[in-house]
Write a protein that binds this ligand. Structure first.
Ligand code: UDX
Ligand code: UDX
Ligand code: ADP
Length: 480
């Protein structure tokens, strides 16, 4: 029986290993983590992450050929294939602060593998890492090898949160990079055999190590660039009277461009896009390519611009002040169908509104109050460095309340900001919400989930990203 061990039971490691276990009954999969609480949660009925379909997969194989454990060394020692899926935060201090990936966790995992291994291992990079990390890891392992042979593979994960299980069941492609030596090729084949249990052969791509590592950064950069492109156009749509939904549809009909991933929004979030682009920028700078670095940096600048543009619209439409006004925030997660708030645009929007002394009342179907308070207390990049967490200032705490109901959040509010595209927001009784709000009642739709015309008929003043402006907003030009 092939034995797989995955170091890191996070958003990537957990679901990926659960699906490998489900699809490969002949393989034993053990997911290990230093966090006792996380492993306990994976072994309970309350999994540590919310992901549609995940409970079902875990239930089917946990205790059969899928295990979660904190006994890291034992399982690493016994495994044939070791996936490393630990976090790679952005460095907050020292060389490359604010850009470069912090490989501390990766390095300590590699040193631990070298310490405990007693047989040959295939070590697979699963976390997104800078190009050439595999080389560094290879050096750590071979310089401490005690005669054991290691093969390093890069096998980046392309799943998106909220659709992780679907993405893993039916991936567009699986990418495996390895050394172009006979041993390297053999290791690539061994991992290919695992995926071949359910992924058609023509979707399993094999490349050299560096291509695999760079493809992951490039894919995320391209995806984020599409969103910044459509968001840049959304600003121009508002200025000219064009409708971004119509423009995006027309553009996406070109088969060379394609229809997906062209929804204008308040900005992209999530743990990957910004981090990976910053990483790409840093790598370009280190390789003497400032023009290329600046090109990609612009994708992040437009994303930041989109978030501050949204806050400016809110404040300027409400007579240039939101001080003391209740603003309801519907949706805090970085996208629907996940409870994840890492880099969610809601954090920047809420902080912007709090900066103007608003009182905000937040409702999200999956995010807890504790999480929201922690997110709003954090500095940039702290989310990936749990030790840096600071308590929120008492005045800020008072200005934020969290409810478990959209109607409660909007009651008595002057304005409503929709920041996540949860399906349930489309079905809200907006006439009821309107009745309970202060007048004039404003809706700022950062995800284009509501029909502006319908809401205007109820009496709302409506702002939707990239849609023709409400006459009210034309009279109150925002500094954008
Ligand atoms: C992303 C990549 O899609 C995935 O392949 C990679 O493995 C990890 O990073 P994820 O961050 O989970 O996945 O979600 P994704 O669906 O890509 O959305 C990222 C952000 O972009 C979200 O905030 C989302 O709301 C936003 N988005 C997405 C838009 O604003 N408009 C779109 O058209 C699509
Ligand atoms: C373009 C648009 O494709 C077309 O829809 C529009 O109506 C007019 O502008 P055209 O300029 O005729 O058409 O040719 P196109 O095939 O788009 O190529 C434009 C340039 O991009 C060429 O120099 C081509 O060599 C280059 N190109 C194209 C690349 O360098 N790489 C590619 O992958 C594709
Ligand atoms: P991702 O989104 O990439 O999956 P997460 O932050 O969700 O990242 O998960 C990474 C996991 O890796 C965390 O649960 C963390 O506790 C774990 N981890 C970090 N370093 C180590 C290590 N040296 N050994 C075991 N687990 C680790």
């Amino acid at each position: 029986m092939v034995k797989i061990c995955c170091i890191g039971a996070g958003y990537v490691g957990g679901p990926t290993m659960a699906v490998i276990a489900l699809k490969c009954p002949a393989i034993e999969v053990v997911v290990v983590d230093i966090s006792v609480a996380r492993i306990a949660a994976w072994n309970s009925d309350q999994l540590p992450i919310y992901e549609p379909g995940l409970d079902d997969v875990v239930k089917q194989c946990r205790g059969r050929n899928l295990f979660f454990s904190t006994d890291i060394e034992k399982h690493v020692r016994e495994a044939d294939i070791i996936f490393v899926s630990v976090n790679t935060p952005t460095k907050t201090r020292g060389l490359g602060a604010g850009k470069a990936a912090d490989l501390t966790y990766w390095e300590s995992a590699a040193r631990m593998i070298a310490d405990v291994a007693k047989s040959d291992k295939i070590v697979v990079e699963k976390s997104t890492v800078p190009v050439k990390t595999a080389e560094a890891i290879e050096k750590i392992l071979t310089h401490n090898s005690k005669g054991i042979r290691y093969q390093i593979l890069s096998n980046p994960e392309f799943l998106a949160e909220g659709t992780a299980i679907q993405d893993l069941f039916n991936p567009d492609r699986v990418l495996i990079g390895g050394r172009e030596t006979p041993e390297g090729r053999k290791a690539v084949q061994a991992l290919k055999q695992v995926y071949a249990n359910w992924v058609p052969e023509d979707r399993i791509l094999t490349t050299n190590l560096w291509s695999a590592e760079l493809s992951k950064l490039a894919a995320n950069a391209f995806l984020a660039q599409r969103i910044s492109s459509v968001n840049a156009i959304s600003a121009l749509c508002e200025a000219t009277g064009a409708n971004v939904a119509e423009v995006a549809y027309a553009v996406g009909k070109d088969s060379r461009i394609g229809p997906k991933f062209l929804n204008a929004s308040v900005g992209f979030g999530g743990s990957c896009f910004q981090k990976d682009i910053l990483n790409l920028v840093y790598i370009c700078e280190c390789n003497g390519l400032p023009e290329v670095a600046n090109y990609w940096k612009q994708v992040i600048k437009i994303n930041d611009y989109q978030k501050s543009r949204f806050v400016n619209r809110v404040v300027s439409s409400m007579f240039n002040t939101v001080a003391g006004k209740k603003i309801a925030v519907l949706g805090f997660a970085f996208k629907k169908d996940t409870g994840d708030t890492r880099e969610t645009p809601a954090i920047d929007v809420c902080k912007g509104l709090l900066g103007d002394k608003a009182k905000i009342s937040i409702y999200d179907p999956q995010v807890t109050e504790d999480q929201i308070q922690r997110d709003l207390a954090m500095n940039k990049f702290d989310w990936d460095h749990p030790v840096h967490l600071q308590p929120m200032s008492p005045t800020a705490v008072k200005a934020v309340s969290v409810t478990w109901d959209a109607y409660e959040a909007t009651k008595g509010a002057h304005g409503v900001c929709i920041l996540t595209e949860w399906d349930e927001f489309r079905k809200l009784d907006f006439a009821k919400i309107y009745e309970s709000m202060q007048k004039p009642a404003f809706i700022f739709d950062g995800r284009n989930v509501v029909d502006p015309e319908e809401l205007r008929e109820i009496g709302f003043i409506v702002y939707s990203i990239g849609k023709p402006l409400d006459p009210w907003l034309k009279d109150m030009p925002a500094v954008v």
